[in-house]
Design a protein around this ligand. Sequence first.
Ligand code: FAQ
Length: 307
Amino acid sequence: MNEQKFQEKIDLERKIEPKDWMPEEYRSHLIRQISQHAHSEIIGMQPEGNWISRAPSLRAKMILLAKVQDEAGHGLYLYSACETLGISREELVQQLHDGKAKYSSIFNYPTLSWADMGAVGWLVDGAAIVNQVSLQRTSYGPYSRGMVKICKEESFHQRQGYEIMAEMAKGTPEQKEMAQDALNRFWWPSIMMFGPQDSDSPRTGNAMKWKIKRQFNDELRQKFIDQTVGQVKVIGLEIPDPDLKWNEERGHYDFGKMNWDEFWSVVNGNGPCNIQRLDHHKKAHSEGEWVRKAARSYSNKQEIINA
Ligand code: FAQ
């Protein structure tokens, strides 16, 4: 009965709120997805944080700093949304450290040059926006509202990345080459970020039934590719895919085969930076223990004063 009412509510496009009845599978599916999303925002600070002290101008440094701080904020909104499902922040972080919770495959690739800051902002944030705009209509209220706020900031991130790429593409031949190299390295991992093809995506069935996901992985990937091709042409770079071609009949670009062996290898912990990313997070978490301790004792003291 509860289950039927729950599904009716979803079908009527009403949001599910933290105190509403929900099936355990819905709760655990959301904890998995939202926590992975939160971990991605936090781990995603590392490849860009790597370039803050090496930004080529004060302006570039200020913009990159602001962007990385935004990602921290996104992680915090998402952890808070996840906590409304009855799990603590400590448990979520522990799951990440134990390798039980994932984070986006894309953040296991290194950022080797300043042009990579362009590629990450433009392509990675660009892909994240396509996915997150769709998630604004997700059925769980706190997640949906978090997405609205996050998407506004992601648009700024996408533009700052595109600006870096555009500037480098019209710079010296060496700068243009760096921009093209960054595009070559980030293109395929960015389009695989949308997740496996629909025929190989075990979570999608329930996610669509419960309107957690509103569009299929392949649908979002195609949308991203279609919108990015024009942007690449404007700045005179080339997408590293010889099979990329407009298909009049489908009204979309056809594109080449993605390397799913590489994707699963990265997802399963064997990408170029998996160990480094997790070790860095563990170290920062352990070094930050004194801050959490101080915050806890302050809030305990406030409770005693207020009692
Ligand atoms: N990486 O059945 P599906 C950002 C896993 S935010 C790693 O299709 P689902 C902002 C998946 O978890 C980027 N694992 O799963 C930023 C599942 O494994 P599990 C993050 C992946 O959940 C920019 C298995 O494969 N965004 O970038 C990936 O229905 C710059 C089967 O897959 C989100 O998390 C992957 N790419 O669809 C920050 C958006 N793809 O858990 C800093 C929210 C799939 O059963 C700097 N999440 N897997 O063990 C989603 O929309 C979905 O969870 C998908 C995956 C689409 C990622």
